[in-house]
Design a protein around this ligand. Sequence first.
Ligand code: NAD
Ligand code: MG
Length: 387
Amino acid sequence: MRVSVFGATGSIGESTFDLLRRRDDIETVALTGGRNVTRLAEQARSLRATLAVTAHDDCYAALKDALSGSGIEVAAGTQALIDAAERPTDWVMSAIVGAAGLAPGFRALAQGATLALANKESLVTAGPLLMAEAARHSARILPVDSEHSAVFQALIGEDITAVERVIITASGGPFRDWSKDQLAKATLAQAQKHPNWDMGQRITIDSATLFNKALELIETREYFGFEPAQIEAVIHPQSIIHALVGFRDGALMAHLGAPDMRHAIGYALNWPERRDLPVARLDLAQLGQLSFQAPDPDRFPALRLAREVMELRGHSGAVFNAAKEVALDEFIAGRIGFLDMAQLVERTIDSLLSETCLTRPVVSLETVVAMDQMARKTAGRHAAVMV
Ligand code: NAD
Ligand code: MG
């Protein structure tokens, strides 16, 4: 099997690398990364990749240098990422963070590759387009988000019309029990520490605001096609149950596992088979108990905004995600507070509600990019007056 990994140097990328380096039956075609060219070069040498690509033009020389004498091809820039996605491959990991992950994944589908999708932003911004592209090329999208991999697994052999509801779990993040006053003062350092999962900086902060869960509610709708009213999120601080599927006879099928992304990645890599994976096995007696609580929409408005997007559909997901990315940048830069992030996203959606294309169905990447840019500008304007 030939594989490529987009975003190889990130958290998901490293977990994917860890699984690939244990296999001698896999040929690595392309690995891509950002500014960490030293690590990208190490990975490329270790897996004997054909091609290594940095997203940044100004990192080309450093990557070329780091790979000199290896025979590994080197490229840089946004177009090079697209070209890499067009290299014949059987399985592609989409693990770039943010809207930048959409185009390479889209191109990978066009050549019929199986797309292991960690980049949830792809489904949030362009779900119908991505699913249609997969169908057109008889390509498969396999969810890598732990909750969606769990739902996928709970649905094996089931009649999807017998599904009543889907429940995805959320750890609740580091601020699960904080009051609104405390949240207003939450710092970047506090928001960057996740209680259970070791992830990239951006998704970790998104877990503290519950924007990550908001994206995942939308992702559930777009991937599986359930109605918004069928999709719920519940706080489950231990992150042991990843999702549950409820059927019309009242049965709930849950997926349990240690919080380790190598399970969902490995499942997608081995699908439709199951193979040994180097993940911890659960000791239920030692865990003792699992607990659950309802999320508080007042302290975590991201979930309410996700509901609005699930109803609006069209390009509202692109607006929601772009505004969220701007809000995150502003918070990381220390220009806005923790609670301002949701405010900024809400104001951006409200400002663009009258745009006719907001609810128009997504039929091309171009309109998604245009809406994304319009939302970033609008969010930037709102942010400027919030500072
Ligand atoms: P990360 O920040 O650790 O890594 C991101 C990777 O993308 C890096 O290789 C980086 O160099 C690259 N990258 C960043 N910006 C880029 C750009 N503009 N163009 C090209 N490459 C770029 O992120 P992560 O935590 O690994 O998350 C990756 C994706 O997987 C996200 O969409 C995230 O929501 C999703 N996800 C992550 C986890 C997790 O446990 N980390 C779980 C579920 C889903
Ligand atoms: Mg998840």
